[in-house]
Design a protein around this ligand. Structure first.
Ligand SMILES: Nc1nc2c(ncn2[C@@H]2O[C@H](COP(=O)(O)OP(=O)(O)OP(=O)(O)O)[C@@H](O)[C@H]2O)c(=O)[nH]1
Length: 383
């Protein structure tokens, strides 16, 4: 009886970007680590901007003095408050005990506090509308720079809060002769501009981030079979072996090589050879467990690392793979089919300090013996 081989998983296409409102990717389309990565990438920048903002906001007291010498005496405390607040934010962003999530919330809250202090200064001065305009432009710009590590909804909320701040303060204090209309024509357009710029920056970041993920995935994957490549395997194998040793478990390594593969290429063409490699991958992945590490080592050679397996169990797995491959046939486009067999070298290590290189060497030697003994067989390393 012959079996048709299961189809190999094709190399995974990059996930389609699912657009949400405003053409932003829907939050569920972005991987879990997205926001932390964004925060991490922007942290240094955001920190510097908090420091500069604090120094600048404090230094502006001199300018207050030029605008309104007597009013400035009432603002120095607030100016220093702004400086200290900004420096505290910058400092705590770097503090190891601060989780990215808490840091984001703190930045959001502090930015709003900054806004309230800033508006208090504007009210205490008698410098008029022009000073307000200049100040607000600065404030929206500062927000634009210091909020970079946050999510887009949080950034938007912060800008809207900045803009509402003065209006809210005026509402809470009825004695305040607040020129709502004058401020609205200045504050709200500035807010619109800041949000538009934030939106462009955010899209740019998401685009770059998705590209980075795709590249990272491509760097780990063999494009023909979709299996892990040798580099990714080496990275994962070190962790798997260390984990097995911690749990006092053994590990086994299977080195599998297609027999007389060159003939398939020569007789049926390279494309058919590729199809056979994909089918071999599918069989091997089907027999192996999910947490086994499997890769295309190169050419027609594959490697699997199995955790918690003694030599006898690993031999059994290898034998199952050998039989499944032998029984299977790969259909030819013009009708008929080809068959293939594999030789497998097995090396097993107890829970000692065996290293990956030793296992590879031992399995390779066993594989060589299997080939030499006539192919289509499994051979266990003796050591
Ligand atoms: N179609 C295809 N062929 C490949 C690929 N990578 C390597 N090969 C071919 O695989 C063949 C390997 O041949 P050999 O190393 O002589 O081994 P073999 O013919 O399998 O013989 P044994 O291993 O000794 O049983 C070469 O002809 C390579 O060109 C690939 O990605 N696609």
């Amino acid at each position: 009886m012959s079996h048709h081989l299961p189809t190999a998983t094709p190399p995974e296409a990059p996930p389609p970007s699912i657009a949400g409102p405003l053409g932003l990717p829907a939050p569920q389309a972005l991987p879990n680590g997205f926001l932390d990565a964004k925060f991490h990438d922007r942290r240094r920048y955001s920190q510097r901007m908090w420091q500069l903002s604090g120094l600048f906001a404090t230094g502006m007291w001199v300018w207050d003095y030029v605008i309104d010498a007597s009013g400035a005496q009432h603002t120095i405390g607030l100016r220093i408050g702004m400086g200290l607040l900004a420096l505290a934010v910058a400092w705590s962003m770097a503090h190891p005990a601060m989780s990215p999530r808490n840091a984001r919330l703190m930045i959001f809250a502090a930015a709003f506090m900054f806004d309230v202090l800033f508006f208090d200064i504007l009210l205490r001065l008698n410098g008029g509308f022009i000073y307000g305009i200049g100040g607000y432009m600065y404030f929206q710009m500062a927000g634009f720079l210091v909020l970079q590590g946050l999510s887009f909804p949080l950034i938007m909320s912060a800008h809207i809060l900045f803009s509402l701040g003065p209006h809210l303060q005026a509402l809470l204090n009825p004695q305040l002769a607040f020129p709502h209309l004058l401020y609205a024509v200045q504050i709200w357009p500035a807010t619109g501009l800041a949000i538009a710029a934030q939106y462009a920056l955010y899209r740019e970041y998401v685009h770059g981030y998705q590209l980075r993920l795709q590249l990272a995935e491509m760097a780990m994957q063999d494009p023909l079979t979709g299996a892990m490549n040798r580099r990714a395997f080496r990275d994962g194998a070190t962790g798997l072996i260390a984990n097995a040793q911690r749990q006092r478990q053994g590990v086994a390594l299977l080195m599998m090589d297609a027999d007389f593969f060159k003939r398939i290429n020569d007789e049926h063409g390279h494309a058919m050879g590729d199809a056979v490699l994909r089918q071999l991958t599918a069989i091997m992945q089907d027999v192996l467990r999910r947490n086994d590490l499997f890769c295309r080592w190169g050419g027609e050679e594959f490697v699997a690392l199995l955790q918690g397996m003694a030599a006898e169990d690993a031999l059994e797995v290898a034998e199952r793979i050998r039989q499944r491959v032998q029984q299977a046939e790969v259909p030819l486009p013009q009708g008929g089919s080809v068959r293939i067999t594999v030789s497998i070298g097995v090396a097993a290590a107890k829970a000692d300090d065996t290293e990956l290189e030793q296992l590879i060497y031992a399995a390779d030697t066993a594989l060589y013996r299997a080939k030499f003994a006539g192919r289509n067989q499994v051979s266990l390393s003796v050591n």
